[in-house]
Design a protein around this ligand. Structure first.
Ligand SMILES: Cc1cc2nc3c(=O)[nH]c(=O)nc-3n(C[C@H](O)[C@H](O)[C@H](O)COP(=O)(O)OP(=O)(O)OC[C@H]3O[C@@H](n4cnc5c(N)ncnc54)[C@H](O)[C@@H]3O)c2cc1C
Ligand code: FES
Length: 306
């Protein structure tokens, strides 16, 4: 029997398309850059796990914009030295992104200096929502940490994104597990430590942290944690697909709820082209293609047909 699809909430409806100045741009790890842009229209409303589509204006190659997760947002007072005055402008103005150089867009992007402009539309996507739990586990592979910092900050109560009227459940603890091929790929780990998260690192070559994968880190954690109450734990995960599938299996075996943010290639970012579809199962076990850009990028890990 055919089950009607739930109505699609289009997060793109609230997105803005703007030209934004680059404020700072620096190397933070091997082949990895941190970009800050001046975009109050987007920074003020972006929520944890949302993303933007970026293009370099007047460049036709690459023609299509590329998605990057909003890593963090700041007010002017957060970023400029205080002159002793009480800040009057509390709206978030700047948004930070961290990216690895992959192909045409990121190769061109890394050459842009402060003052250059970018075409940006966002914030896009559903972002993370978190049930009320004691322990939030953030699990990142590769560049997947970019989707997770803001979520961890909110759950620890040290930053609120979007409207000041939002109410966000607090976790007692946030553990951040991050895996990479080698230690040179970790950048700005201090952001997570300074926010009060318990940071655990794993590298395949053993150069930093545990030698192995993030799943080994989760196994380690399971030896010291009380997993008899899986409902008090929630996992938010982002990284390469194989790694997310492994984390999804790990959490399912322990009945721990898990959301993943999919990094599907995207062409339009607003639901038109169907480039970004993923196979998602409904409550009856039937699957259908869902557009990652407007129905994700965050999905319940159990619903994904890996
Ligand atoms: C919601 C979302 C958030 C993202 N956030 C970030 C982020 O914060 N930082 C970051 O560095 N990247 C992020 N990405 C991935 C980023 O958009 C791609 O790496 C992008 O294609 C890079 O553009 P490019 O032109 O430099 O490389 P491209 O020319 O597009 O691709 C270069 C190589 O990477 C491969 N590739 C491209 N996209 C993907 C993908 N999604 N999965 C696997 N392989 C791919 C291509 O096949 C090609 O081999 C995100 C993706 C999504 C969907
Ligand atoms: S990227 Fe075009 S529909 Fe999702």
């Amino acid at each position: 029997m055919h089950t009607p699809s739930p109505p699609v909430v289009c997060y793109a409806d609230a997105a803005r398309c703007i030209v934004a100045d680059i404020v700072s741009h620096r190397l933070v790890a091997e082949n990895t850059y941190r970009l800050r842009i001046d975009c109050p229209e987007i920074a003020a409303s972006a929520l944890p796990g949302q993303f933007v589509m970026l293009r370099i204006p007047e460049r036709v190659d690459p023609l299509l914009a590329r998605p990057l997760a909003v890593y963090d947002t700041f007010t002017a007072a957060d970023t400029e030295p205080s002159n002793g005055d009480t800040p009057t402008e509390a709206r978030r103005r700047y948004a930070d992104f961290i990216y690895t150089v992959q192909g045409k867009f990121t190769t061109a992007l890394k050459e842009l200096a402060p003052g250059a402009q970018l075409l940006v539309w966002g914030p896009l996507g559903n972002g993370f929502s978190v049930p009320t739990v004691d322990h939030l586990l953030l699990v990142a592979g590769g560049i997947g940490q970019t989707a997770l910092l803001a979520l961890g900050r909110e759950c620890l109560g040290n930053k609120l994104y979007g409207s000041s009227l939002r109410s966000v459940p607090r976790a007692k603890r946030v553990t951040f597990c991050w895996g990479a091929r080698h230690g040179g790929l970790f950048g700005d780990v201090t952001d997570f430590r300074d926010a009060g998260m318990d940071v655990r690192l794993a590298t395949l070559d053993g150069s930093v942290g545990h030698r192995g994968t993030v799943v080994d880190l989760l196994d380690e954690l399971a030896q010291t944690e009380d997993l008899l109450h899986p409902q008090s734990i929630h996992i938010a995960c982002c990284g390469p697909e194989g790694m997310m599938a492994a984390v999804a299996r790990w959490s399912a075996a322990r009945k721990i709820s898990c959301d993943v943010s999919l990094e599907a290639p995207m062409a339009c970012g607003i639901g038109i082209c169907f480039t970004c579809v993923a196979k998602i199962r409904d409550a009856f076990g039937e699957w259908d293609y869902r557009r990652t850009c407007i129905e994700g990028p965050v999905f319940n890990a159990m619903a994904i047909d890996w």
